[in-house]
Design a protein around this ligand. Structure first.
Ligand SMILES: Cc1ncc(COP(=O)(O)O)c(C=O)c1O
Length: 488
């Protein structure tokens, strides 16, 4: 029978808190020595958990012991130096400490009054980020959880911005006075744009995927052609999404040209720089961001390539009022005496409640300093170049896309294999590499070709890890070629 009637004592919190901090510190410093991927099959972790919740209380010793017994065997370690999959998201130590503190404060920043420090630190750090990215002060920013949610809010703003449609009030369904609204992105844009169109009631039918060139960049002429054709057919071009750093290859759409077309046709321009955004801090990479200052809104994720623990995404917009008019709905119980002096952040999005996310952004920017963050980004770009050079000079590998940043798209191309066989071969190659659990890399498909991606953006990945990754890939290539009888 449980005799618990109140929370843990302060002394116990210290005891288990210190234990947990020790555990985390050891975990982070030992990552190099443990496999990046777990050795499990679906259901293995679930099997270790009781199907019924504990009726009586359990000790913290037991709970903490299960981190090693139950959680660790089921971990894909995103913080690992050999995690070179997807777009990485690594947590710096300063960011981890801020998350701990944020849970302790447990504020809900729906209005300024409910969390003044959270509100004002968000206001200031987001503006720091704007300055770091070199964006003009016509941009105002807000923190959401993910880029998917940021982009959804951007598209919602574009919809709100339509003159005379009053969609907020009248909705879209059953209306005969609404033309088909159009959203444009390249074929390479992230699926979050499609999801935004779904959730906003535009439907996938409203989304026009513009073709790309051989470098996977949107073709601006095709974009303008699509707008003109849509206008002719009575559709209403509403929003375009240009990507700086697409998910498969990190290709960069010609934002400046796209911005000019958007201006000509009164189309809202949203720039998705979820992954590559932080690189705007580096002067020598500024050409990739040419024209993004012309956008109506921009998303970038400090949780992807700025060492802030997941989740933290930034939406910058030049139309704060439009975002507010799309979402603000203030019931009596949420009114405060400061309403005319502050931004109550619940007014700028779908969520009422919001966590103290800015704390981790504040910690991370201050711990590294702007120069420190830039140094790490430069290191990643240098290591990415090193890996890319290795692929280019390799007798069997070939690059399948340019490498503007540090994501390398490649495949093995042994002689004598046709395209279908090459796809099988590369799929098996990556599966065999990941099965060894020392290195984690993932894939995409480009022009029908199975494409291996190697991404350098984790804070714990250094030269020795890139060299070892090359060795792991080389060894596996050798073995699979032998198994396929391709060595001679
Ligand atoms: C270009 C781009 N945009 C958006 C997203 C979605 O990011 P999130 O997981 O923060 O929603 C991704 C994810 O990798 C991405 O690569």
């Amino acid at each position: 029978m449980s005799n618990i009637t109140r929370d843990m004592s302060g002394d116990d919190f210290k005891k288990y808190g210190y234990e947990l901090v020790d555990w985390i510190a050891n975990y982070l410093s030992d990552l190099d020595n443990i496999p990046v991927l777990p050795d499990i099959v679906p259901g293995d972790i679930e099997k270790k958990l009781p199907t019924k919740p504990p009726f009586s209380n359990e000790t913290m010793q037991n709970i903490l012991a299960d981190i090693d017994k139950i959680v660790m065997p089921g971990m894909t370690h995103w913080n690992h130096p050999y995690f070179n999959a997807y777009f990485n998201s690594t947590a710096s130590s300063a960011g981890i400490l801020a998350e701990f503190l944020s849970a302790a404060f447990n504020v809900n920043g729906m209005v300024w009054k409910s969390a003044p420090a959270s509100n004002e630190i968000e206001k200031v750090t987001v503006d720091w980020m704007r300055q770091m990215l070199g964006l003009p002060d016509s941009f105002w920013g807000i923190i959401y959880d993910t880029a998917s949610v940021s982009s959804m809010h951007a598209i919602a703003s574009a919809r709100e911005d339509l003159k005379g449609m009053n969609i907020r009030e009248l909705g879209m369904s059953g209306r005969t006075d609404l033309p088909l609204l159009r959203v444009y992105s390249s074929e390479q844009a992230h699926s979050s744009i499609d999801k935004g169109a779904i959730i906003l009631g535009l439907g996938l039918k409203s989304l026009v995927k513009i073709p790309v060139n051989e470098k996977f960049e949107m073709l601006p002429d095709k974009f303008e052609e699509a707008i003109l054709q849509d206008k002719e057919e009575g559709y209403l071009p509403m929003c375009a999404v240009a990507t700086i750093g697409t998910t498969s290859t990190t290709s960069v759409d010609p934002v400046k040209q796209i911005a000019e077309i958007c201006k000509r046709h009164y189309v809202w321009l949203h720039v998705d720089a979820a992954h590559a955004g932080p690189i705007a801090m580096l002067d020598d990479y500024s050409s990739y961001f040419d024209g993004w200052e012309e956008a109506d809104s921009i998303v970038m994720n400090p949780h992807k390539w700025m060492f802030v623990p997941i989740d933290l995404s930034l939406l910058f917009t030049k139309h704060k009022g439009t975002l507010k008019s799309a979402f603000s709905l203030v019931h009596e119980y949420l009114k405060t005496t400061e309403d005319d002096k502050v931004d109550n952040l619940m007014d700028y999005g779908i969520q009422l409640g919001r966590r103290f996310r800015s704390l981790k952004l504040w910690f991370v920017i201050r711990y590294f300093g702007v120069e420190g963050i830039k140094n790490i980004l430069r290191e990643h770009l240098r290591m990415g170049k090193n890996f890319s050079d290795w692929i280019e000079s390799h007798p069997v590998f070939e690059k399948l896309a340019p490498t503007p940043f540090s994501t390398i798209c490649f495949r093995a191309k042994p002689p004598k294999l046709n395209e279908d066989e090459l796809n099988d071969f590369n799929q098996q190659l990556i599966e065999r590499i990941n099965a060894k659990r020392k290195l984690f890399i993932t894939h995409s498909k480009l022009n029908g070709k199975f494409t291996i991606r190697y991404v350098v953006s984790g804070i714990r990945t250094h030269d020795e890890h890139v060299e070892k990754a090359k060795q792991i890939i080389e060894d596996e290539l050798h073995d699979i070629m032998k198994d396929w009888g391709l060595n001679d």
